[in-house]
Design a protein around this ligand. Structure first.
Ligand code: CA
Length: 229
């Protein structure tokens, strides 16, 4: 049973030695780590793993880091730190304008990268603050079995409801749009209608409410989306 105490970092880096070095330092710093070597597989990896932060190399096979960053920002607020060997300021700025949270220049000191990761995690975590701490300790997820627990009690969820709840739990107190929730819940969200996601959300809300002594945990924000309290 994994909980959300150790943040998961997704390393997107095509040079195996650098990826292994980063993974090593991250794990020694009590962070979980997964690696992807190809730009075109980042989107699927983010949907499947729901990382807390992405270390994203700029020069990648498949799809370059700028494109990956721009595409991720259409549906995800996951913090992104760009890794770049190109020192031109314009590239750095472009990276930040695309919605990246920070950047590190190559060659880097892995300790510095870990320090940046920690700083960005602290900053993004503070934005949703103490309520997130309480919620993440109350909610536990077993990703292999698609099983979630609230205060130790198993919630009987469908895979879609599980992914929705996982997404809410990472952004406690934040309003998530239908698009964001659709993207998190389905591999190919173009085939799903708003009505379908609403019915999944209704069922998830009812199950959470039942497990929480009749108190609603998911609230709808008119015209914007939904929020887990
Ligand atoms: Ca590279």
């Amino acid at each position: 049973m994994s909980n959300l105490i150790e943040p998961l970092v997704l390393v997107v880096e095509d040079e195996p030695k650098i990826a292994a070095l980063l993974a090593d330092y991250l794990r020694h710093s009590a962070l979980r780590c997964e690696c992807v070597a190809d730009g075109s597989s980042v989107d699927a990896a983010v949907r499947a793993l729901q990382p807390d932060l992405i270390l994203l190399d700029l020069m990648l096979p498949g799809k370059d880091g700028l494109t990956v960053c721009r595409e991720l920002r259409r549906w995800s607020e996951v913090p992104i730190i760009m890794l770049t060997a190109r020192v031109e300021d314009i590239d750095r700025l472009l990276g930040l304008e695309l919605g990246a949270d920070d950047y590190v220049c190559k060659p880097f000191n892995p300790r510095e990268v870990v320090a940046r990761v920690r700083a960005v995690l602290r900053r993004t975590h503070r934005q949703y603050g103490a309520s997130a701490d309480r919620a993440t300790s109350a909610l536990q997820f077993d990703d292999d079995r698609f099983e979630a627990r609230l205060n130790g009690q198993v919630l009987t969820l469908t895979p879609v409801e599980f992914r929705l709840l996982r997404t809410f739990a990472q952004r406690v107190g934040h309003v998530l749009s239908r698009d964001r929730l659709l993207a998190a819940a389905y591999e190919d969200h173009r085939v799903v209608s708003d009505r379908t996601i609403d019915s999944h959300l209704r069922n998830l809300r009812r199950k959470l409410c039942d497990a929480n002594g009749g108190v609603d945990l998911i609230h709808s924000v008119y015209g914007i989306g939904f929020r887990l309290e």
